[in-house]
Design a protein around this ligand. Structure first.
Ligand code: G4P
Ligand code: NA
Ligand code: NA
Length: 194
């Protein structure tokens, strides 16, 4: 997505070889027009898939899931994060290990909102190690629903997430794929999807 790549080049800050700060427009302060355009782009890419729900994880996936679900005319769900591993019969749950925070937390979705009839599109801000996204695929699997695909706003292609998720055969669409980056350099994998 050209608009997104240009915005990353203009306003993104590379903090290290692996961390990109985009909190002036994407995940702290948010540009609503860009967000809606991202949702429209995901909706266009997956429009023929019979999607019934969009699924993300709190916090910084929520506005992208909202924009995508709005464009598709379906509800969205955000998985909740909890530190305590309290298992409950009312939720589907999966453990996620955060490499940045060096902790394992649990993500959960109420059983009320996902079932075997659902066709689910996962949306998130970053595809990095893939840990959170794999957790979301486990939740969908547990519910008996079908994972139609994953829409990632920014993919750091040099990290292992895409490779891990490709092994599951799930379709992945990333709107900006960063091949490599450093403080004064950024290279995208071309062509960007759409
Ligand atoms: P993922 O690939 O499945 O997203 O999982 P990973 O464990 O690698 O990412 C951990 C968290 O860090 C995620 O946020 C992810 O969005 C975020 N993240 C990964 N790489 C970057 C980066 O380069 N820049 C920024 N700004 N964030 C990055 P989260 O745990 O879901 O937390 P939240 O911020 O959504 O609340
Ligand atoms: Na996230
Ligand atoms: Na994040």
């Amino acid at each position: 997505m050209k608009e997104l790549q240009e915005r990353i080049m203009r306003d993104g800050k590379v903090l290290s070889e692996s961390v990109l700060k985009v909190d002036s427009f994407l995940n702290h302060q948010v540009d609503p027009q860009l967000t809606m355009n991202i949702g429209q782009t995901f909706a266009e890419l997956f429009k023929d898939e019979g999607i019934t729900k969009v699924l993300t994880i709190e916090a910084s996936g929520i506005h992208f899931a909202m924009a995508t679900a709005f464009a598709l005319g379906v509800p969205f769900i955000y998985a909740k994060k909890k530190k305590a591993i309290t298992l409950s019969e009312e939720v589907y749950a999966a453990p996620v290990h955060s490499f940045t925070r060096q902790e394992t937390y649990q993500i959960s979705v109420s059983r009320q909102y996902l079932s075997a009839e659902d066709r689910v599109l996962i949306v998130d801000d970053f595809l990095a190690t893939g840990a959170a996204l794999i957790g979301l695929t486990q939740i969908i699997k547990e519910s008996g629903a079908h994972t139609v695909g994953i829409g990632a706003v920014i993919e750091k292609s040099f990290q292992e997430g895409r490779g891990l998720l490709e092994q599951t055969g799930i379709r992945i669409e990333s709107l900006a794929r960063i091949k490599s980056m450093s403080v004064n350099h950024m290279e995208f994998i071309e062509p960007a999807t759409s």
